[in-house]
Design a protein around this ligand. Structure first.
Ligand code: IMP
Ligand code: MG
Length: 187
């Protein structure tokens, strides 16, 4: 059997697979309850690429019928520090936005720039409603005030990878959220 060499770069596991499953199921229950009987079309809008693993699990855990779509934005370079502006690399095109309740699905909130920008953007575009959920939140890192409607787990100010999250496009496929060994950054 092939050995997953990327696990050697992990200092420690912060959130294991069982806990991740719990977080997802718990959040799905709350989202189901919130959107039940709202009457719109519910669109899960994943932010590429970090949200894909979380989004795949979340959509399976929801009981409500959902549609899915994706946007891609850049607010980050290839390393571990935050950039400034938010650029839209892949936009959302829908003719029925006034009938659509958008739930943005994000992997992690850091500075808050990405989500505060996107909520404003999609609201101005005419969505029926815009809500946000995130697997992880680093509240200590905020540069603009932003609170998600549903947060899986708050974490301390450490760079994490796995379950969709990357460092230089690596580690996304790990089935847990872990903290990288410092030696990996200095390579
Ligand atoms: P924000 O606009 O600063 O809130 O940036 C959020 C984005 O930064 C996320 O979608 C991630 O792609 C990225 N990011 C922030 N912190 C981490 C981390 O610890 N690991 C991996 N990606 C991160
Ligand atoms: Mg990312």
């Amino acid at each position: 059997m092939a050995h997953n060499s990327s696990t050697e770069d992990i200092e420690r596991i912060l959130i294991g697979p069982e806990r991740l499953h719990e977080i997802v199921v718990d959040m799905a229950e709350k989202i189901d309850a919130y959107y039940e009987n709202r009457g719109g079309r519910l669109l899960l809008l994943g932010i590429l690429k970090g949200s894909v693993v979380f989004m795949g699990d979340l959509m399976k855990a929801l009981s409500l019928p959902v549609e899915i779509d994706f946007m891609k934005v850049s607010s980050y370079g290839s390393g571990t520090s935050s950039g400034g502006a938010v650029n839209i690399l892949l936009d959302l095109y829908r003719r029925d936005l006034p009938q659509t309740d958008i739930l943005i699905v994000e992997d992690i909130i850091d500075s808050g720039r990405t989500l505060s920008y996107l909520v404003n953007y999609l609201t101005l575009k005419g969505a029926r409603s815009v809500r946000t959920c995130t697997l992880l939140d680093k509240p200590d890192r905020r540069e603009v005030p932003f609170n998600a409607d549903w947060v899986g787990q708050e974490i301390p100010n450490e760079f994490v990878v796995g379950y969709g999250l990357d460092y230089d496009e690596k580690y996304r496929a790990l089935p847990y959220v872990g903290i990288l060994k410092p030696s990996v950054y200095s390579k």
